[in-house]
Write a protein that binds this ligand. Sequence first.
Ligand code: ADP
Length: 342
Amino acid sequence: MASLELRNLVKIYGRTHAVDGISLTVADGEFLAILGPSGCGKSTTMRMIAGLEHPTQGDILIDGEVVTPLPPRMRNVSMVFQSYALYPHMSVAENIAFPLKARRIPRSDREQKIRWAAGTIGIEHLLARRPARLSGGEKQRVALARALVRDPTLFIFDEPLSALDAQVRAMARSELRQLHDRTGITTVYVTHDQFEAMGMGDRIAIMKDGRVRQIGTPQQMYAHPADTFVASFLGTPPMNLLTQDDHIVGFRPEHVLLAGEAAASGHFHVPARIIRQEFLGAIWQIYAETELRGHTNKLLAQFTSAEVQTLHDGDAVQFMVSPEHLRYFDPGSGKKMDAPHV
Ligand code: ADP
């Protein structure tokens, strides 16, 4: 096990700053999720950690040692990708054994390690099968067992679950996190799926355009986004961001209240018109529009079914938000700011 540190990591391809100065530390045994839209530099960062790509600038440290010049095999980093890349002519056991053979581990030790890895992942019953006879989820587990059998000091995952269908994915997410908790192997997990990042990460780093915008626990990031990008990237649906004169006010859809007859003083009031109501099972999602100081803003609110029974499309309503749920951002930089004096 090991800690990982990235120091001002930069990767430039021609004119593209794929990674534009990333510095962060992953503690020994920590699970860090890196979340960001396609093209923000996630894979490039992972490839540099694994040693498959050399940084233009900056350093990578594993357990305090600079590993930047070291080739992949000297880093003891196991990487799992979206594609499982299993050898079709080999059984599951042979696939798992492959990294051990490459390292010339003796046969008796190999067999013991295969049993341990297969047992840890829960695929002992599949050891004799060929990959063609496995489901997507099973192939993914074999790829995991193969990564685990190397006894890595660091696990890096690059969108490992994105080839699985939605139902299997949620289970696989939980299993992967449980695997981490059992083994305690320091993990960096790249995804563009915020549910994976929030559900699995001890902390999340949100990236955009080759840079880390914010790093923190899922709860911190959700409640206190550092800028409007993080506010609208994390959360489904995203935080409402309403443009006011000299600031942007943000609040989560689940914090919108119906103002009823006794409008609470001290709350932020939003006169709105209901456009559409959507039934989503446990909640109703309300699409609305509001005119605030000359700006028309779209707005989303979420209510439990009991609250919405009085609402109809086209209704004019008063929404309100308690002050503790309001966030403020600078319209120029998008960065969070203190509550403006009104
Ligand atoms: P992500 O994993 O977040 O989708 P990538 O790290 O794959 O992003 O890519 C970041 C940026 O770097 C993109 O603009 C991509 O086109 C560019 N890029 C990645 N790899 C190469 C490469 N080998 N050559 C040139 N440009 C690349």
